[in-house]
Design a protein around this ligand. Structure first.
Ligand code: FAD
Length: 654
């Protein structure tokens, strides 16, 4: 066995976005020695990019708001596929998490009477998003980092070392979760195998509890708002450790990404633009969203432009404009307009604030958007409309967790929170609910991971053979050679493959065949291409050495993207209906009999090395699981007529 550094901790948190940092703070405050590890620089995570705000029913701008309304909006947005207990916890606990941030130093925008200001957002009945201009995520992360520094200062005083009980390993990647020897099924977690990106050095963080907080999977798609590190690592790590994923067919395409110039295609245009009064128009100048209000939302949205416009001033007596429908509805509408030939010159539609607000208001309320368009597209949004179109943004599917403790199903010691966890948002996430999710479930994951670790009478020990296997797997791209039976499966022949080419082909397949509108034949084709890519990816080869070698890193990330993409494609093929982030051209209607079905993905070969999986069948096995019935007091928050649109007759009569 080669020598690999090992360090012992109580809790390891993988990911330093909002969920990871909130989990780490909680675990450290519970007295646990906690390590945080992140792939990029500390402070650079998707959470930083979140613009719009944190959804929390504080009722500061409209006193009618409360957790029950937030809960109902969240279930409507997710088309009732949500894990209702998670939605309840989010709605109940989000205000406390926002106030807590304020006590830790967050500076939110204020109402004229000095309270935390809240803004409108798609799918939220009342102004609900606590915000800091359009840079809320930045303030959230700044505050959590500040809190971490203050905890480290305490440790410096007490132990003479600032990182005695809370240490950050930045620019380091986890490639495997380690478990007890010989107990693949239900084996307890023992730690994580990691490498330093800069030096290529391997090391192991030993810990009985690991929290996955690795964010999303967007880099498997060609057009995406996600940045380079979002390759579905946490999803894949969970699968490889034996924990199932749920709802992976539910991928959110944000309606408004930049479409031009090509170098920035996919970069997000925040929903606040519409929340603050921006409107969508097609090439005929028509506000087309009025033509796309689905029946389930008809009563809640304005029928005329005049009513929609009045709502901004007087939301009590008017209904909201349809530009603020949930994201899946708006994305599909834009897609349809472009397909019908009413798109903008670069294949999007127009999003206009210039005719709706004075220039100085735009610059004050949307400073990042003003800067982004000026710098990247040479467009002054105070004077002309933006061109926008759908972009892969968020995954609702993820690790199957216990709603109260964030414990991953079937793997003692593994926890997951934030975007990597599944269930909370059902088939579609409402804007602003992610940041509240990170805080509510990040805290819960940290707390329960700490409790789990503290309660152990003896700690499971790391299996050295697993370290060897993880090391060999990580080094394979340096010895990838083509030729006969290059990967030992008896199937694969051919030259070494370029990881960048494989990545591009994967992104194209997912974008074109499992994208915003899905068809059975295309998804079969996607699965075929994924099978081929999987075989080729085993020959992904790199030259050079382990010191900062992005080609090598990508070769390792490909394993994760292929696993996750197969989950998305298989689940999307299985779900023969359209709901939220999953639209089937061949099954366009929402089907009530699918409402309470979770699609569960597991690794076909639970020994962890997916070599043995039949390439034709793939690496993933899919099963259906019924969700527990929604608690009666929660159901009673809805009108029966509304429930009848989602629940089956049998569920209603029960
Ligand atoms: P992230 O913040 O994504 O952090 C993941 C962390 O995991 C990173 O530190 C990464 O380096 C690390 N990591 C990943 N893989 C590994 C690995 N193998 N080893 C070690 N570390 C790893 N949501 C809202 O609610 N409101 C908004 O206004 C909003 N705006 C958004 C704007 C943009 C442009 C984007 C992309 C998203 C936006 N979202 C918004 C969504 C929201 O920001 C994300 O869903 C959320 O921040 C995810 O947080 P997280 O803590 O789960 O993970």
């Amino acid at each position: 066995m080669a020598h690999v550094d090992r360090q012992a901790w109580d809790v390891v948190v993988v990911g330093a976005g909002g969920a990871g940092l909130r989990a780490a703070i909680e675990a450290r405050e519970a007295g646990m020695r906690t390590a945080v590890i992140c792939k990029s620089l500390f402070g650079k995570a998707h959470t930083v990019m979140a613009e719009g705000g944190i959804a929390a029913s504080m009722g500061n701008v409209n006193a009618h708001d409360n957790w029950q309304v937030h809960f109902c909006d969240t279930l409507r947005g997710g088309k009732f596929l949500n894990n209702w207990r998670m939605a309840e916890l989010l709605a109940r606990e989000a205000p406390d998490r926002v106030w807590e941030l304020e006590t830790w130093g967050a500076l939110f925008d204020r109402t004229p009477d000095g309270r935390i200001s809240q803004r409108n957002f798609g799918g939220h009945e009342y102004p609900r998003l606590a915000h800091v201009g359009d840079r809320t995520g930045l303030e959230l992360i700044r505050t959590l980092q500040q809190k971490i520094v203050s905890l480290q200062q305490e440790d410096e005083k007490e132990f003479g070392a600032h990182d005695a009980r809370l240490k950050v390993f930045q620019e380091c990647t986890v490639t495997r979760i380690l478990k007890e020897r010989g107990s693949e099924a239900n084996g307890r977690v023992t730690g994580a195998f990691c490498y330093e990106r800069e030096s290529g050095r391997f090391f192991v963080l030993e810990a009985p509890a690991v929290v996955l907080a690795t964010g999303g999977i967007g880099k498997s798609f060609k057009v995406t708002s996600n940045s380079w590190e979002y390759t579905g690592d946490g999803h894949a790590l969970a699968l490889l450790a034996g924990a199932p994923l749920i709802n992976m067919e539910m991928v959110q395409f944000h309606p408004t990404g930049m479409v031009w110039p090509p170098s920035v295609k996919g970069i997000l245009v925040t929903e606040s633009v519409r929340g603050d009064g921006g409107v969508l128009r097609n090439s005929d100048g028509r506000r087309f969203m009025f033509d796309y209000i689905p029946d389930v939302f008809k009563e809640k949205y304005a029928e005329t432009e005049e009513e929609g416009d009045r709502w901004y001033e007087d939301p009590e007596t008017n209904r909201r404009p349809p530009e603020l429908l949930p994201r899946d509805e708006v994305a599909r509408a834009i897609n349809a307009e472009v397909k019908e030939g009413r798109g903008s010159p670069h294949g999007g539609v127009y999003l206009d604030v210039s005719t709706r607000m004075p220039a100085e208001v735009i610059k004050r309320r949307l400073p990042s958007m003003h800067h982004q368009f000026l710098e990247l597209a040479d467009v002054d949004i105070t004077a002309e409309p933006m061109e926008v179109g759908p972009t892969c943004h968020y995954v609702m599917g993820g690790v199957d967790v216990d709603p109260d403790t964030a414990a991953a199903t079937g793997v003692p010691g593994l926890f997951a929170a934030g975007e990597v966890a599944g269930g909370m948002h059902g088939s579609n996430r409402l804007g602003g609910n992610s940041l509240s999710d990170l805080l509510v479930f990040g805290r819960r994951a940290g707390l329960h991971a700490a409790e789990y670790a503290a309660a152990l009478t003896e700690r499971p020990t790391v299996d050295p053979l697993q370290i060897d296997a993880a090391e060999a797997e990580a080094l394979r791209p340096f010895s990838a050679e083509g030729g006969e039976d290059a990967d030992g499966t008896g199937h694969d022949r051919g030259p070494a493959e370029n990881p960048y080419t494989l990545h591009q082909e994967l992104q194209r397949a997912m974008n074109d065949l499992v994208g915003i509108i899905r068809k059975e034949g295309e998804m079969y084709e996607a699965l075929k291409r994924l099978a081929d890519l999987r075989v080729r990816a085993r020959r992904a080869g790199v030259e050079g050495h382990r010191q900062y070698n992005p080609g090598w890193h990508l070769s390792l990330d490909l394993r994760n993207m292929l696993l996750v993409s197969e989950c998305v494609a298989r689940a999307a093929l299985e779900r023969e209906e359209s709901r939220g982030g999953h639209t089937r051209d061949d099954h366009p209607a929402m089907d009530r009999s699918w409402r309470n079905i979770n699609l569960v993905c597991r690794l076909a070969d639970p020994q962890g090395d997916s070599r043995a999986a039949d390439p034709a069948l793939g690496q993933i096995r899919l099963s259906r699981r019924e969700m527990p019935p929604i608690r009666r007091d929660l159901l009673e928050l809805f009108e029966k007529d509304e429930l009848a649109k989602y629940l089956t007759d049998e569920e209603l009569s029960r």
